[in-house]
Design a binder for this molecule. Structure first.
Ligand SMILES: Cc1cc2nc3c(=O)[nH]c(=O)nc-3n(C[C@H](O)[C@H](O)[C@H](O)COP(=O)(O)O)c2cc1C
Length: 462
């Protein structure tokens, strides 16, 4: 059978992900796995409709499609995202209909689930027959047990095609309603004092709800709130995945376009950041994705710590829990404070006005208090994955990260320096083997013991 492999790596043939595909090509010579470099050639597909059409023809003549990609900032790379947008813009959906689909993703398992959810949703939108996903840690192919799992995954996929097994959708279609927002005039204006307010938006159409919401929120401030439109920002291309930034955060794009200067001197210097964009398919635009991917020149170092962040979206946010989670996680990892995400889906202009005014007021109020919400699993879990990676093998190339993490105490709890806890963990477990001791600990000591540290704190509250 013939499978078209859509390669999502900007590195093209030099991709780690493609090594997984080459492994399958060797193990299943009876099947043709035809690799098409998508992200690497996105500029070509953008400009040359014929070249894009050739890919679509490949897809149409296949028995299945493998979405094979590296994780890029909780999703796929910007170029891959752009390719997905082109499928709809150029009305090529029909070629994907009823094709058996599966995902091969490689990553360090940092928000791999949000990327898988996204592509799975896209498969459902394209009416494909989605079978399964294999999310590999980069080096899994070098580990025998993981290789075995990978083979079972592939066998299952080929078997599903061979036996025309039924598949079922996981994601209902996203229904965007049409509504025209008519902003009212602002009654009161908020004074942000000496705080710098920056609005970064991807405004594709000046008459759109998004453009009007952005203008409305700008008016809510009595002082300066600069709008920067990502459409007008000179970004010559996406992240190339070359990792040359790993050594000292110097990007190969440095001096070649405006992005790095904009990120360092405008975005990073703001106290209040308002990000705004249209929802495209199940995420934001590929332009926004390029913005996030390019910020990777900072490696795994958080760059927006302590800022107040608000999002303004046009589109059906409440139907896209995955997108909300990505935005929440992105903020928590800084850690910054996500004040609100305002969308136009309530389809009520006065309500949108009220929410935008409240957003502006809350951003200012919380920046004065320097409030940053406590991190949840999204931030805590993500930071631990980075910490483990940078402490380990990633340190070899991500030298700048390692220096930053060391200087900022990121390794201080790793291994844990809780010496009392470590001593107790050494002494108590052997004693627990004694039945009488064990009984006493579990029935009398444990629960009061857990409360002991709080007792002291509460006693001191005046
Ligand atoms: C710009 C950029 C963003 C990345 N974002 C993520 C991420 O969000 N989660 C993750 O687990 N790995 C992330 N990675 C790591 C890659 O997914 C991983 O190295 C992958 O195996 C590369 O595959 P490739 O060689 O096929 O491009 C990122 C790498 C780059 C360069």
């Amino acid at each position: 059978m013939k499978i078209t492999v859509l390669n999502g790596s900007p590195k093209g043939d030099q991709s780690v992900t493609m090594q997984y595909v080459h492994f399958l090509q060797k193990k299943f010579p009876q099947h043709e796995l035809k690799i098409v470099n998508i992200t690497h050639r996105i500029n070509k597909f953008e400009k040359d409709e014929q070249a894009f059409q050739e890919v679509i023809t490949e897809v149409a003549s296949s028995d299945g499609v493998l979405w094979a990609f590296p994780l890029y900032v909780m999703l796929v790379a910007a170029g891959y995202k752009r390719f997905i947008e082109l499928i709809w813009e150029r009305k090529a959906q029909e070629a994907f209909k009823d094709k058996y689909a599966a995902i091969i993703a490689t990553s360090i398992h940092f928000y791999d689930h949000t990327a898988l959810n996204y592509i799975h949703g896209i498969c459902d939108d394209l009416n494909m027959k989605y079978v399964d996903a294999f999310s590999a840690e980069m080096l899994d192919l070098t580990r025998e047990p993981q290789r075995q799992k990978f083979l079972l995954f592939a066998e299952n996929y080929f078997d599903a095609i061979e036996h025309a097994r039924p598949t079922f959708k996981a994601y209902p279609p996203v229904n965007a309603q049409s509504f025209t927002y008519t902003p009212g005039s602002s009654e009161t204006r908020i004074d942000a004092g000496n705080k710098k307010v920056i609005i970064v938006a991807d405004i594709e159409d000046e008459q759109s709800n998004l453009a009007k919401m952005v203008a409305r929120v700008q008016q809510a401030f009595s002082g300066k709130a600069e709008i920067h439109n990502l459409r007008q920002l000179d970004m010559k291309g996406g992240c190339l995945g070359c990792i040359r930034c790993g050594y000292d955060n110097t990007c190969v794009w440095e001096g070649k376009d405006e992005y790095i200067d904009f990120y360092r001197n405008t975005v990073q210097t703001a106290d209040i950041l308002i990000f705004a964009g249209n929802i495209h398919d199940r995420y934001l635009s590929s332009r926004w994705k390029m913005f996030f991917d390019r910020s990777f020149f900072n490696g795994h170092v958080p760059t927006l710590g302590g800022k107040q962040i608000g999002w303004i979206l046009s589109g059906p946010l409440s139907q896209l829990a995955n997108l909300r989670q990505i935005l929440e996680a992105y903020t928590e990892l800084q850690p910054a404070n996500l004040v609100d995400i305002v969308s136009d889906e309530c389809a009520d202009s006065s309500q949108i006005d009220a929410r935008l005014e409240a957003l502006a007021a809350n951003l200012v109020r919380l920046t004065e208090k320097q409030y940053v919400m406590p991190t949840t699993y999204l931030g805590v879990g993500g930071a631990k994955i980075f910490r483990d990676g940078i402490w380990g093998r990633m340190r070899i190339v991500f030298q700048a990260d390692y220096k930053y993490y060391k200087a900022h105490g990121a390794f201080d709890d790793f291994p844990q320096k809780d010496y009392v806890g470590r001593l107790l963990a050494l002494v108590v477990p052997p004693l627990l083997k004694i039945p009488a001791f064990r009984k006493r600990v579990y029935t009398q000591e444990m629960i009061p013991g857990m409360l002991r540290p709080y007792k002291k704190v509460l006693e001191q509250v005046s």
